[in-house]
Design a protein around this ligand. Sequence first.
Ligand SMILES: *Cc1c(COP(=O)(O)O)cnc(C)c1O
Length: 403
Amino acid sequence: MSETFKGSFTQQEPISDAAIEAAVNVLRHGRLHRYNVDRDEAGEVALLEQEFAAFVGVKYCLAVASGGYALACALRAHGVKPGDPVLTNAFTLAPVPGAIASLGAVPVFVETNAALGLDFEHLETKIWASGAKTLLLSHMRGHQPDMDKVLAICAAHQVQLIEDCAHTMGGSWGGKPSGSHGLSACFSTQTYKHLNSGEGGLFVTNDADIAARAVLLSGSYMLFDRHLAAPGREHFAAITGDVPNISGRMDNLRAAILRPQLADLGAQVSRWSALHKAVSQGLRDTPGLALITPDPGAVRVGSSFQFLLSDWRADNVQAVVARCGARGVELKWFGADQAAGYTSRYDHWAYANPPHLPMTDKVLAGLVDMRLPLTFCADDARQIARIIRAEVGAVFQQGDAER
Ligand SMILES: *Cc1c(COP(=O)(O)O)cnc(C)c1O
């Protein structure tokens, strides 16, 4: 009889006892609002910001209500205005073009290649054609392109780089933490990301003026000097009347449960790497299936797994997804005509007038995606790989998968 996987692809680990204790402490004193602090008390949010800035190796950090809020706040803090074109990858998640559209700015999609990175030639073409001065680069599913090349292109065209690190928190490129390459970067602490506070976001930058604007935008009133990872007063004085309050602060309860998780993140990244490696090894040399080749500079966080069934017919890819699903392995396909669950693609975002992108279409037509929660162990990862390997093989050997 063929084996079936019994684990849940949507079950994260429980919140640790240390984090629960920290949360209960906040509930007991009742000062949940970030600026409601006792005398000589820094507050959990301010401490989280300080610790996260140190983790990424940047000067300034702002904790906010969600990853999507962090993205929109970053765009505003960078001075993006309604009608401005903003470059972003065609392969990303809905909150990224959504953040651009929330300002009345216009997403300009850049082709995604088979390594799930930006196509640099198309990036330059779109910079020329659109006149865009901002690139919101989404490291979707943890895949980072050659960041030296990205920075060189941005420098050559005076394009400011904002990194979306929702899937690369804890990862690095060229030995530098993800989120420290661009002018600023955004992270999410939503349940399915690398830290879990249900909802939440983090914004980082080394630019004092951008940081000051972000703090004011998030709804700091005149309490910005209660921040521990924000620039000094002098950066706020000249701009307080010019920056609207668009409230989106993080609260002390969420920050309290994030701080112990952040302290553990390095260990969690190693556990994700082990899971990812086990699946990768189990799928190596599977006929018809291609693994994604990472950029050599990238250290990835293996919280999800992608592979390509390139040039397969749609019904055959769907058969693999269905057959694996029947054996407990939940795969998602980026080639579907309709958005499903969390999976959607650029041409589903009609509001953004998506162009036709043949390179991206070809990649997404064969792209299969899977979560790897830390509730899985190495044996689970090996079993999942065996099941995928068997079902890809079964469909491929029927002989009608196009090559
Ligand atoms: C989750 C996610 C976001 C936004 O995060 P939320 O906290 O859910 O708003 C942004 N980009 C990517 C790629 C994501 O997966």
